[in-house]
Design a protein around this ligand. Structure first.
Ligand code: COA
Length: 137
């Protein structure tokens, strides 16, 4: 971890502020909003790997480890951990930075694994490209 408590040397796929409009009746951020951000973040390395569109096929694990609060700076880190003929499995970690008693704290709030499938123009599974080129964001 770096000095801010975020993954060392990695760039988040998504960073955004949790808005009051995303709160649930308890005043915390709605879990479905977090799931949506995880899905979007995970799809980014998957689409880069597939060099085309992917769809979400399965969420194989999803843990809400800590709550997200209004005003948190939410950072989603996603990396490919497995791939098959047409599928790409992405691990997504979500961290929140928030001001607390005059200092900025950082907490890991969510961990998930999502399986994406590359699709063709008809929406059918499409084999991943085999040639190795440098994947860049
Ligand atoms: C994605 C879709 C085209 C795949 O079609 P399918 O007939 O299920 O295809 P397959 O059974 O061949 O599975 C495709 C890949 O997904 C993998 N897969 C299927 N079910 C899985 C599961 N529950 N967990 C993990 N991987 C799974 C398969 O192992 C296969 O991987 P591989 O080719 O790397 O070996 C189809 O299921 C679909 O359209 N689903 C809806 C997608 C959607 O609307 N998502 C939400 C919005 S993006």
């Amino acid at each position: 971890m770096d000095d801010n408590g975020l993954p060392e040397g990695k760039m988040p796929q998504l960073r955004l502020i949790a808005a009051p409009s995303e709160a649930n009746k308890l005043g915390n951020i709605f879990g479905g909003w977090v799931m949506s951000q995880v899905d979007i973040a995970g799809s980014i390395p998957a689409e880069i790997r597939a060099r085309g569109p992917v769809v979400t096929r399965a969420v194989t694990s999803f843990e809400f480890q800590k709550p997200v609060f209004i005003g948190d700076l939410v950072s989603c880190y996603a990396e490919i951990i497995d791939q098959g003929r047409t599928s790409i499995t992405v691990s997504v970690d979500v961290f929140c930075q928030r001001h607390h008693q005059g200092s900025l704290s950082c907490t890991k709030v969510t961990q998930a694994e999502v399986v994406y499938v590359a699709i063709d123009a008809d929406g059918n599974p499409k084999p991943l490209p085999t040639s190795i080129i440098k994947e860049t964001l």
